[in-house]
Design a protein around this ligand. Structure first.
Ligand code: ADP
Length: 381
């Protein structure tokens, strides 16, 4: 039995999960959750709010049974081109994560704060950084290169890094398990639809295309982010509307997507309004599903042969209406959603296409904390 603490430090929150992993192949065992929780409102000027990450983590750790802890796994959002795999934290790794702050100004500083506090509080326990971007370092140059001036791109690190890697990794693996086929033989399009959303084409376990790019703004329509748009929109808002660049950043990241189109960033709320006849909500739903469908088409072409399409995360796991609408009209491509299977209240990994369909449409719950724990144990053992 090994005990692993997983920490996911956001700009104003800390999520933690303490897991006991029975010995055996990490991928095949079911870990026991000893404790889990979230501390929010870090740094807010409110009664009881923790002053900073150090205070929040000290409180969390004081209440956890950490005797005999094997390792701490940290979620780190941006690993740039430096990190292609999880890394045991030392001063060099910390310096490299710090160098990537300009690419992830909101996330990497919070992730670093978590690493530094945990290191100080648990001396002698290995700390491992697990990167959201690392799974996508298998993208070919053709898939990760933006068609802009090459020298400028190199100088400023303009590159498709991709995100949600831990989720796409575990979900594509669990899809192969669900279909009872070797991972190396299965081509899957994974659709992570949470507050943030991204698509990934996974060829035999390797990421070959993904919709998020330099940052998590690109690609699918999200709760508050626009996803793909014509970059001229930014110039236009700056030159014609006179918006400062930080305001446009805020508009596209926090006031766009479902929130911008229908005034609600939460899919449950959007579906309720759409059912009540709200036309803005109906349009937002169409825009959201249409974007997913066009990525499915693009990634089908990219993969050449498609075995599975897998939905995951809050929306993907819980919104049958989105799954049905996103894949509607694709039966000529062998992609079909069975209405009865799609609507079952079942929670676990399952197939929702008709029996014998050429492409298995699946719902597979994601578990990023477990994937971080598993990758952490993989490097310390
Ligand atoms: P995060 O990206 O923050 O981890 P989640 O994966 O939890 O987010 O996904 C949050 C999204 O999932 C929200 O838009 C929420 O409305 C949606 N969601 C959760 N449950 C349901 C449900 N039963 N039906 C439709 N949408 C749901």
């Amino acid at each position: 039995m090994t005990r692993v603490l997983v920490l996911n430090c956001g700009s104003s929150s800390v999520k933690y999960r303490l897991l006991d992993v029975p010995s055996g192949r990490v991928d095949e065992v079911e870990p026991a959750v000893v404790a889990s929780g979230t501390v929010e409102r870090i740094g807010e000027d409110a009664p009881g709010a923790p002053r900073d990450h150090a205070e929040a983590l000290a409180t969390v750790m004081a209440g956890l049974p950490l005797d005999g802890l094997t390792a701490v796994g940290h979620r780190v959002v941006h690993g740039g081109l430096t990190f292609t795999a999880p890394a045991i934290v030392d001063d060099t790794v910390i310096a490299a994560i710090r160098e990537l702050v300009p690419l992830a100004p909101l996330h990497n500083p919070a992730n670093l704060a978590g690493i530094e506090v945990a290191r100080a509080l648990l001396p002698g326990v290995p700390q491992v950084a697990v990167f959201d971007t690392a799974f996508h370092r298998t993208l070919s140059p053709a898939a990760s290169t933006y068609a802009i001036d090459a020298e400028t791109a190199t100088r400023y690190g303009i590159h498709r890094y991709g995100f949600h890697g831990t989720s796409h990794a575990i979900v594509s693996r669990r899809t192969a398990t669900l279909l009872d086929r070797p991972l190396a033989e299965v081509n899957t399009i994974t659709l992570h639809l949470g507050n943030g959303a991204s698509a990934c084409a996974v060829e035999g376990g390797r990421s070959v295309a993904t919709s998020m790019g330099l940052s998590p703004l690109e690609g699918l329509v999200m709760g508050t982010r626009s996803g793909d748009l014509d970059p001229t929109i930014i110039f236009h808002l700056h030159r014609v509307a006179g918006m400062p660049i930080d305001e446009i950043d805020d508009l596209l990241n926090r006031r766009s997507g479902l929130a911008g189109l229908a005034g609600v960033n939460d899919m449950r709320g959007l579906l309720a309004r759409r059912a009540g006849g709200d036309r803005a909500a109906a349009l937002a739903f169409e825009v959201y599903c249409r974007r997913i469908r066009s990525y499915v088409g693009a990634y089908y072409a990219e993969l050449g042969r498609l075995d599975a399409i897998t939905f995951t995360a809050g929306v993907g796991e819980n919104a049958p209406a989105v799954r049905a609408a996103a894949l509607a009209g694709l039966d000529r491509l062998g992609i079909e959603v069975d209405p009865v299977r799609n609507d079952t209240p079942e929670r676990g990994a399952r197939v929702i296409s008709p029996p014998g369909a050429p492409v298995a449409v699946c719902v597979v719950p994601t578990d990023e904390e477990w994937e971080i724990a598993s990758q952490t144990l993989g490097v310390v053992s």
